[in-house]
Ligand binder design. Structure first.
Ligand SMILES: [Zn+2]
Length: 386
């Protein structure tokens, strides 16, 4: 890979023809269209907080370095910002008077500050490394300079679109891996904190699934009280009800369960006893469903995907299989009948057999008589363990 250091490009040249997309919170182009500021793989502009963006301008005005910037030169000659997007976007937004800085105690836009200060900013040269290489070289380079090289996920895009006081505060709480509560939350939520997945969950809960609408309504809020309070109510509710933490508790629709059940009183020791019993029950296929099942007073067995047949169905299937087997002189366990040992024509008693799903539960087989066969206990156990 080739790299060349450029010291001759000034803020003025880099910001020439600067285009900023307000709705997407993106700096798009500079250098009269020759520079793409935000390639697909870049994270969104996050300096527009009245602090980081102002700090960039203050640094330039004071003559402090703002650090190395990296461009990638594409095959078609177009330049892309590899690292420095936030700084360039701050400079571009300032020189196009998109935000103000404090000068002599007053908020001032670029067009309002003294001419010599304008000149100082425009004539400041930036230190730019231009890299040229194959895609894999660039990606390697990318890792080295520690930039997130993955596409933005849905919540990251929403954060950029609805950037403002609300998102900033919400991220401080829910996207901050230094937050000591993350460990506790991770019992019920899975995801990556700095990929905004906890924030997404919190927003999903409070908005009952209407995240975008909620973010748009609250965009300029200067507090996140409702979001935080609601989130904590749900976490406390789960914490208070269940004694033990199971891995299946992650990513259950707790928001919906909370809305449905949090007004109901529960006998906590009974509730937890039921949970423990169901965990120990080999017929409960869907352990994740246990929580909703017990919260709903153990009514909806479908949630558990239970592997069990009705007694009357077992008797019907047993009678039919046994009758056919006796006519053919083979075992009434179809798997024994296929074998070559002494059991191949053995007629088992119903107590010596168990009901089995012909098509397994995991493959979508139902617990209907049409999907039921009786197997000797040995064969049933062997099949069940698969
Ligand atoms: Zn058998």
């Amino acid at each position: 890979m080739k790299t060349e250091l450029h010291t001759e490009w000034t803020v003025e040249e880099i910001c020439k023809g600067f285009v900023y997309n307000q709705s997407e919170g993106k700096g798009l182009f500079g250098m009269n269209g020759k520079l793409t500021i935000q390639p697909e793989y870049q994270r969104n502009y996050i300096y527009a907080d009245g602090k980081k963006d102002v700090a960039v301008i203050d640094s330039v005005l004071k003559g402090y370095p703002i650090g190395l910037i990296y461009f990638n030169r594409r095959e078609d000659g177009q330049l892309e910002v590899l690292d420095g997007q936030q700084r360039i976007t701050s400079l571009g937004r300032f020189v196009t008077s998109k935000f103000a800085i404090k000068q002599d105690g007053m908020e001032q836009y670029f067009r309002g500050i003294a001419k010599d200060k304008q000149e100082k900013i425009l004539k400041t040269p930036l230190l730019v490394y231009v890299c040229e290489g194959t895609e894999s070289e660039i990606k390697e380079w990318f890792k080295t300079i520690n930039i997130i090289g993955v596409p933005l996920n849905h919540q990251e895009v929403l954060n950029a679109i609805y950037s403002g006081t609300f998102v900033t505060l919400a991220k401080e709480e829910f996207s901050n891996s230094q937050n000591n509560n993350i460990n506790k939350w991770s019992s019920y939520i899975s995801g990556v904190v700095n990929r905004q997945e906890y924030l997404e969950c919190a927003l999903n809960w409070v908005s009952k699934g209407h995240i975008e609408e909620y973010m748009s309504i609250h965009r300029h809020d200067t507090n996140i009280t409702e979001l935080k309070t609601y989130f904590n109510s749900i976490i406390d509710w789960i914490d208070g009800l269940f004694d033990e933490i199971h891995s299946e508790m992650k990513n259950i629709e707790w928001g919906r369960l909370y809305e449905t059940y949090h007004r109901r009183p529960y006998n906590q020791s009974e509730l937890n006893k039921k949970v423990a019993d169901l965990y120990a029950d080999e017929y409960v296929k869907n352990k994740k469903g246990i929580f909703e099942y017990v919260l709903g007073d153990c009514q909806d067995t479908k949630l558990l995907e239970i592997r069990i047949f009705e007694e009357r169905d077992k008797k019907t299937v047993y009678a039919r299989q046994t009758q056919e087997a006796q006519q053919k002189g083979i075992s009434n366990c179809p798997l024994c009948a296929l074998g070559s040992d002494n059991n191949k024509n053995r007629i088992w008693k119903i107590q010596e057999m168990d009901a089995d799903h012909v098509t397994a539960w995991s493959k979508g087989g139902s617990t209907e008589i049409s999907n039921c066969q009786m197997l000797c206990k040995t064969h049933n156990r062997a099949k069940g363990n698969k």
